[in-house]
Design a protein around this ligand. Sequence first.
Ligand SMILES: Cc1cc2nc3c(=O)[nH]c(=O)nc-3n(C[C@H](O)[C@H](O)[C@H](O)COP(=O)(O)OP(=O)(O)OC[C@H]3O[C@@H](n4cnc5c(N)ncnc54)[C@H](O)[C@@H]3O)c2cc1C
Length: 387
Amino acid sequence: MRRLVLLGGGHAHLHLLTEMAREPMPGVQAVLATAYARQIHSDMLPGWMAGHYTLPQCAIALEPLARAAKVELALSGAVTLDAGERTVTLADGRVAEYDVLSIDTESVLDREAIPGAREHGLFLRPIEHFVQLYERLLALPGDRLLNLVVIGGDAAGFEISLALQQRFNGHGLERARVCLVTGGGTVLPGFGAALRERALRVLRRARITVFSQRCTEIGSGVVMLDNGARLACDVPLLTLPAVVPPWLRDSALARDEQGFVSIGETLQSTSHDEVFATGDVASGGEREPARNGVFALRAGPALAMNLRRKLAGGPLQPWRPRRQSPTLLACGERRAIASWGQWSAQGRWAWALKDWIGRRFVARYAEPAVPGAALATSAERGGDPAP
Ligand SMILES: Cc1cc2nc3c(=O)[nH]c(=O)nc-3n(C[C@H](O)[C@H](O)[C@H](O)COP(=O)(O)OP(=O)(O)OC[C@H]3O[C@@H](n4cnc5c(N)ncnc54)[C@H](O)[C@@H]3O)c2cc1C
């Protein structure tokens, strides 16, 4: 028996499990070790925050997928990876030995990046923790105006600012003042100038105050900026650039200069060819610099094929995804911005498309996999068809 360990229930692993249910891997004993029993679909998180969805509508249960794939499920996250010994230690103390390892765990937010963030900040990841804390925020008494400050001007920061505005101030409510601190630059860095302008107009129209400064410190009731400004803040919500978790940092796997796991075209680690990595924690090969779910899901079919071949001793195939992917940004109320390259547009139709894609993605993985059934593709995350 060859031992396959899958870490994390991320996008590529969702595809892999569905694929394994349709076509089992003979002679392979597989374990999925993952931190949480469900996968909350991040595309739909801003919609949930805004009040458009219930949490079950955004969640994929991992146990039925693992059962259908005949993969043992260990509900415990990795805390140590010894790539030399080929072992993974889980939070519950179990040690999983592997012949082949596939990593599709999420990136984490650096809690030390801003002094005071660890003590006072509400971090967007892990999403499972975030949703519990957000529910507590919603339950705060509405007897005074709350100051909510979103720190991080990336796509997630943009979407959650507008979601907060909709939830706390939509439908005639007036429960919060929402600010967005973009961190020493404009909103949506990495996107085209026209889209950034469009995004700023949307934020302005929603009456969200945007500060382009960097946040230097977070204290009790205050957020400090690098121009000396002090913003009154009851709850700072943080979406900072992603980093890899300590257990990956401390493994012997080769990593790029930012710390992400270095992979080649076949999705294998450049230092340990029995280790595969996909999604936000991986870097290299043909991947584009952006870390997003479309790209993570696109890796699924190639990962499934190469794991199968590696376990059977066959030749692996390079993965060459399309570099560009469309973006759909939720704008709080039931509107969204759609963009592709330099093109962008916005409206209710874009929200309807995002809503349809999100619901369909979750529904796909809620259905039991049966032999011959079509698999979800990245088109169902707003991406192009999988290779
Ligand atoms: C608010 C928000 C909105 C977003 N919207 C979009 C969007 O509209 N479109 C888009 O393409 N991207 C979007 N993204 C980005 C997208 O969420 C990520 O790029 C994507 O989730 C990365 O997928 P992944 O497969 O790497 O990991 P994930 O899908 O994040 O899955 C990680 C898995 O690893 C598990 N795990 C975590 N730690 C451990 C551990 N130590 N051991 C084992 N398992 C572990 C988790 O439980 C989870 O199952 C959004 C992100 C956020 C925060």
